[in-house]
Ligand binder design. Structure first.
Ligand code: M6R
Length: 606
């Protein structure tokens, strides 16, 4: 949720720290801060709000030092103000933290009783004080910190500076990601590979409760038992982690346009990897599949349910990870579970995976970030090869997830000898058809301008409804999520047929209703629902294909015409429409498209 970064150098650290923070800002942007060691002493600058505010503070009051830690925050405990910004300090320890300390209140009480005076409302502030209590001349500081952290419950990735120890950062993690990177001159710590890869040539991933003493030219790592260990270094593929806007106004727009290539790469590279020796899943041997995910990834799972059931004759349950993990559902022997996550670090999805594993389920995952926790802990991993997604609103990751899921559905259909009719209707070139239609939708200036104009439907709106049926029902949900997260318009997605069971009461004069409806076997039913809302004063925007738009020319107020594609594949193409619609709405409203308020890219807390 937050981003942490650190550097140990033979040169000034501040510029590198700010660069690292800028690559991590998508993880949180409520406040930012940096601490360095200068002539053995700790020094610190912090500012509320975006990184630019911290840059201004540092410009006015420069920060010396060659070793430093930095943080960009997504607030959990306490308001996003300067006092709550990281790093947090005791007299001789500075800490940056990503995660949540669950027993912070208890620790705070004990520390307060011993005379500690707290300056923030954060859970993190207990850490520098707790660690300070364990440091002594006799014990290696890393092992003292490890002992201190045995008192801590919760999840964390930490970067720690100790007064007087100018040549090192101590780094550790439990339940939150952290990498250590190196080049010929410096060492880094970072919450993710994207931030480190701009600077490091090699990277290693810390394991749970590892504690690392990171110096410019070497690293010493103790495992959870305090034994010295080595962790494998991997070479960074710089091209894979390029994260720039490449001339687009926003990352989101760039990522929307990357979808044809992302789909191509994902399908070309469709294969699974496994870190353990478990045999690959045979869908013929399972009776049902449990899919678990959050947010947009959950909607990808919902699309997959329609596909698996129709094409592979396989029963699928789809659950939100935050519900699934506590519901403790009974799980069949040798059941199959599929976890979908762009980041591979979403705390609820990871916890759900661990729960399923404790029930001896066969655990597959679909992830975008290689070596993420979900990727490492699954039995089999399928990668979406869409490259880093920086915009907080997920776009190319969603369609790439659909691409992997479609591949899995075809595998399941073959193994279960199902779906022959529909697969032959789709033909051998279905993936190529999707890519060419998505490309033509994005390359066609006239079409894009039509979507930009259509976005005016939300001009004075405070609320909107998205409707869809069948495989386009999840796209309606996704359209509503996209709109609310970047333009802050209240929007809800409904299965079109469900509208009359309550939500239709919301419709009043001029309310925008977006209907996602390719001309398919359910089209006429959606048109009835469209007429029901229009009769009650709604302003209807129909997203359909040529035939659908023609059939409804008298029933809708505005149209977005998308290329025609087999109905099974429609989610790919209609995703593009709802993404662009949300994008242009947010731009027209002057909102911060890539860093919407209150959100962060990767949700590593419950
Ligand atoms: O990294 P994940 O796919 O596990 O993330 C899940 C959700 O947090 C994510 O999809 C979120 O809903 C996006 N902001 C949606 O655009």
């Amino acid at each position: 949720m937050c981003g942490i970064f650190g550097v140990v150098n033979d040169k000034a650290a501040t510029e590198t720290l700010l660069k690292g923070l800028s690559a991590l800002e998508y993880r949180g942007y409520d406040s930012a801060g940096i601490a360095t060691l200068t002539e053995g002493e700790l020094d610190c600058r912090r500012a509320p709000g975006k990184l630019i505010n911290l840059e201004q503070v540092i410009e006015a009051l420069p920060l010396e030092g060659q070793t430093g830690i930095a943080h960009t925050r997504w607030a959990t405990h306490g308001q996003p103000n300067e006092a709550n910004a990281h790093p947090h300090l005791s007299l001789n320890v500075a800490v940056v933290h990503n995660g949540i300390i669950e027993n912070a209140d208890e620790l705070r009480e004990v520390l307060s009783a011993s005379g500690v005076c707290f300056l923030s409302d954060t859970d993190t502030e207990v850490l520098p004080h707790l660690i300070a209590n364990y440091l002594s001349a006799e014990v290696c500081p890393a092992l003292a910190i490890q002992t201190a952290l045995r008192e801590v419950k919760g999840s964390f990735a930490l970067g720690i500076l100790i007064k007087g120890m100018e040549d090192q950062i101590i780094a550790t993690r439990r339940g939150s990601p952290l990498v250590v990177g190196f080049n010929s001159e410096s060492a880094f710590i970072a919450s993710d590979m994207v931030a480190a890869s701009g600077m490091a040539d090699e990277i290693l991933y810390l394991e749970e409760d590892d504690i690392a003493i990171v110096k410019a030219h070497d690293v010493v790592i103790y495992d959870a038992q305090g034994e010295l260990v080595e962790r494998k270094k991997v070479t960074v593929d710089h091209d894979q982690f390029v994260a720039t806007k490449e001339g687009y106004d926003h990352y989101m727009l760039k990522e929307i346009h990357e979808q044809p290539n992302a789909l191509q790469r994902t399908w070309n590279g469709f294969s699974s990897t496994s870190l353990n020796q478990i045999e690959e899943i045979d869908f013929a041997n399972i009776d049902r599949l449990q899919i678990v995910a959050c947010g947009t990834s959950f909607y990808a799972g919902l699309v997959a349910k329609y596909w698996f059931e129709r094409m592979a004759d396989l029963i699928v349950e789809v659950d939100l990870a935050s519900e699934f993990r506590y519901r403790e559902p009974p799980m069949p022997k040798k059941g199959g579970c599929l976890f979908i996550s762009q980041s591979g670090e979403t705390a609820d999805t990871l916890a759900a995976l661990r729960f399923a594993q404790s029930k001896h389920q066969y655990c597959l995952s679909v992830v975008n970030v290689p070596n993420s926790s979900i990727a490492r802990e699954s039995d089999y991993v399928y990668r979406t090869l869409c490259g880093p997604e920086i915009g907080v609103a997920s776009t190319k990751a969603f369609t790439s997830q659909l691409a992997v899921l479609f591949g899995l559905v075809k595998k399941a259909a073959a193994e279960r000898q199902a779906g022959k009719g529909i697969l032959s209707e789709l033909g051998k070139h279905s993936e190529g058809d999707v890519i060419s239609r998505v490309r033509s939708a994005l390359m066609n200036d006239e079409k894009r301008h039509a979507i930009e104009r259509a976005a005016r439907i939300f001009e004075n709106a405070t609320s909107a409804i998205f409707l869809g049926r069948g495989q386009c029902y999840p796209i309606a949900l996704e359209g509503a999520l996209k709109l609310k997260e970047i333009s802050y318009i209240h929007a809800e997605g409904y299965a079109a047929g469900e509208l009359k069971h309550g939500p239709i009461a919301l419709i009043d004069e001029g309310m925008p209703v977006v209907v996602v409806a390719p001309y398919d076997r359910l089209f006429e039913k959606v048109v009835s629902n469209l007429q029901e809302v229009r009769a009650r004063g709604a302003k209807v925007l129909l997203i359909s294909d040529k035939l659908g738009c023609e059939m409804c020319k008298d029933y809708a107020d505005q149209f977005i015409e998308m290329p025609t594609l087999h109905e099974v594949l429609a989610p790919f193409i209609y995703s593009i429409a709802v993404q662009l619609l949300a994008y242009y709405t947010a731009v027209q409203r002057g909102k911060d498209v890539d860093q919407p308020r209150n959100l962060a890219k990767s949700v590593t807390v419950e």
